[in-house]
Ligand binder design. Structure first.
Ligand code: DLL
Length: 433
């Protein structure tokens, strides 16, 4: 089902006129209301009067994750603070999170974007949506929740974790749609098998999965284990959360809600806009947001656009499922982690060297496991085992509170972690997806 054919099936010329009008408004508003953007535009000697066509967007400045971090917490607010009704965050590179502040209308935009997204995966008012994305500052839980409510579906706001209870509810409440990270969907399927639950006998028939990289193989696996159709959904906190783009029944690229989020693909090295169809870094401009609208936000995600008509009837541009990122951000159990965050936390802990190695695996359980190898200072190593054990548990708890994920720490002797002459190799990612 197409939730909003007026916008999703719009004739391209009409959509472009709408995008241009919205872009001009946005530029005007950012210039007047956000000193950060006024400064950037002044430096580049550009105003809304220089925007005559959508192509002129390349005259406008980019926004980066660093810009968001430097303006934490409210520096990019574009409306009076009392109009904000909800806030979400995700981790930044060295601890400071990136913040998205929503007005009531922004929440309505999000509801609209997520209703389109879940409808793309076949959700209707008759569905029972088991929502196992995390609720809280993470956008996954609330985003899917809003979308399901907007469609009139029934929501089970499970949040993540407590798999035994998830499986109980899955059976007893007859959930027909699942929303969670793809790795958690597989983990649940594994646990179901161990508990002797036959998922194929349950009414669960579709799911919208995202927030982390996954592959066509993982899709096939999820679809086979649950007997469902599994759809890829994409988004990021900075832009709105989930709801930026989504797959339809054709499962051939993700339709971008481009009347709301204007997409570009750029060459990450030069910043130049690439011709349609070429692979590069995704950049989004929020066309209607009020709280923290962003101009040309560099996502660091890699994809390319597909403009050929889709069999579903939507006319929106599609992006290929992500190929990876231009930076070193890791997504571990759906949580964004930068190796530099680990380094930052380690420096504070006495007894350790700033030498570490992150080893990522995804075992039988389909959940990410993290082993953090840390070099211990010589004097600590000659110490008795009790001291080492308390250092190990201390690092584990510091990591847990800094990264929000559990990490298994292995202390190693000085000079055992391989040194490199070039870029240090901090991560060994053994996960196959
Ligand atoms: O992960 C929003 C979201 C929630 C999307 C639920 C989909 C479903 P952040 O925590 O800010 O927001 O992380 C955003 O996650 O830049 C991508 O690198 C990655 N990501 C998100 N969706 C996908 C996907 C949410 N479908 C970052 N495939 C993004 C691969 C994804 N990576």
């Amino acid at each position: 089902m197409i939730y909003n054919p007026e916008y999703e099936c719009m004739e391209t010329g009409a959509r472009q006129r709408l995008q241009l009008a919205r872009l001009k408004n946005l530029v005007e508003k950012l210039y007047n209301d956000v000193p950060f953007y006024r400064k950037k535009m002044d430096e580049m000697e550009v105003t809304s009067r220089d925007i005559h066509s959508l192509k002129d967007i390349d005259k406008l400045p980019f926004t980066t994750k660093e810009d968001l971090r430097e303006n934490y917490p409210h520096g990019l607010l574009a409306c009076p603070k009392d109009r904000i009704v909800e806030v979400h965050m995700s981790s930044g590179t060295t601890g400071k999170p990136v913040v998205d502040e929503y007005t009531r209308d922004d929440i309505n935009t999000w509801r609209e974007a997520m209703a389109r997204t879940l409808a793309g995966g076949g959700c209707t008012k008759d569905d029972i949506v088991q929502n196992c994305y995390g609720y809280g500052l993470f956008t996954g839980g609330p985003g899917a929740h809003y979308g399901a409510l907007t469609l009139g579906a029934e929501v089970l706001p499970m949040s993540s974790g407590n798999t035994a209870r998830q499986l109980m509810v899955l059976q007893d409440f007859g959930s027909t749609m699942l929303t969670c990270t793809p790795s958690y969907a597989l983990y649940m399927a594994e646990e179901a098998r161990d508990a002797g639950i036959d998922l194929l006998k349950l009414p669960i028939g579709k799911g919208c999965f995202g927030a982390e990289p996954w592959s066509e193989n993982m899709r096939k696996e999820i679809e086979a284990r649950y007997g469902m159709k599994a759809y890829d959904i994409y988004g990021l906190t900075e832009i709105i959360g989930p709801g930026v783009s989504f797959e339809c029944e054709a499962q051939n690229g993700l339709h971008i809600n481009e009347d709301l989020f204007y997409p570009e693909i750029i060459d990450p090295a030069t910043g130049n806009v690439l011709p349609e169809g070429e692979k590069g870094e995704l950049v989004f401009t929020t066309l209607t947001k009020e709280g923290t609208p962003l101009l040309r936000y560099r996502t660091r995600d890699i994809s390319y656009f597909m403009r050929d008509p889709c069999t579903c009837g939507r006319t929106t541009i599609r992006m290929h499922r992500l190929f990876g990122r231009t930076d070193d951000m890791l997504i571990i159990r759906g949580v964004n982690v930068f190796p530099s965050q680990i380094e930052h936390a380690l420096i504070e802990i006495e007894g350790t060297e700033p030498q570490y190695l992150i080893v990522l695996t995804r075992g039988e359980s389909h959940l990410d496991e993290v082993e953090l190898q840390v070099e211990v200072k010589q004097e600590f190593f000659s110490d008795e085992t009790k001291g080492l054990e308390s250092l190990r548990t201390r690092i584990e708890s510091v990591m847990k509170s800094n990264l929000q994920i559990g990490v298994k720490v292995k202390l190693v002797e000085p000079k055992t972690i391989e040194r490199s002459i070039g870029k240090a190799r901090r991560v060994i990612d053994k996960r196959t997806i």
